[in-house]
Design a binder for this molecule. Sequence first.
Ligand SMILES: [Zn+2]
Length: 397
Amino acid sequence: MTPTDPIANLATLIRCPSVTPAEGGALSALEAMLKPLGFAVDRVVAKDVGTPDIENLYARLGTEGPHLMFAGHTDVVPVGDEAAWSHGPFSADIAGGEMYGRGAVDMKGGIACFVAAVARHIEKHGLPKGSVSFLITGDEEGPAINGTTKLLQWAADKGERWDACLVGEPTNPDHLGDMIKIGRRGSLSGRINVNGVQGHAAYPHLADNPVRGVLQLTQALMDPPFDNGTESFQASNLEVTTIDVGNGAVNVIPAKASAAFNIRFNDTWTAESLMAEIIVRLDRAAAAGSLRPDRAPVRYEITWAERPSHVFLTRNNALIDSLSGAVEAVTGRQPKLSTTGGTSDARFIKDYCPVVEFGLVGQTMHMVDERVAVADLETLTNIYETFIFSWFGHAAA
Ligand SMILES: [Zn+2]
């Protein structure tokens, strides 16, 4: 039986309880769908110290170029309060025209539709004129250390090269066809530690209150804005996410204070240029001292979170036009080309080939009663099938 029905494909995947980091049978189920279509399937286990071993899957159909990759994940977030679900989180029950289950939209649904789209393409047109591959991780919702990055590296090491990638994450806010993601903002996090001198609140001249220092520094991070946005991106935004002092005594000036921040940044910056700008602002604020007149500069250290996410913007017209044309042909809607939202695994893939993202409507992702309109599965399959046909036409031209 060929997996041309996205509804059946999705039901099979939802019934595998692949709560991150468990494989839960989901990759085996996917392998069983892909092999009859002619895919060569590799199961790749990635390991790293301090993180769970993760099963991943790479499957390729064809040996020639052009080469189109579909990327995604079969792991899902925990179900939360199972009793609060109106249908079992691994039941794939259909009620009121919707299929229920963890991963229905994020993102077993996207995988189910792409598999069906490839199967239909083969039935109608034979094998694609080139190669199609699936790069599927079991570690997107977890630490993301043993997932897409390692799988890409593993595949590249054995000579795999791609011309374009579609990530099937849920990108549509309200309706199928609303939004394609053609880039993502970067993300950078840090923590500032301010050292003061502990003392009596009645004798501040004998102490140095680090709360004054941390306020000066965080103020300088929040104002002025880093930029006003660019042609393709909204303005970069920094949020101070915590200020910690941990002082329980009202008559004691504490010795230390710290603050953490996260900034989502656009293509005005690189992670490196942004770090440099932040240091400039902090040094200036540390020396300025409106809250601490006649004092020496604030003594602070900054530590950066280990891996910043880099900003990227895809400019590959064959990819973007094929996808947005397919969305419009099937839904009649012209999708917005967007760079909003959080980071995704596309940030790793962009180092290998142009990447865009398009999947289901994301409204119920990570929620109790995650579910997908059954009609959307058919529509997304049609979009993917149209896209595959069009992309190979473009790429071969
Ligand atoms: Zn996801």
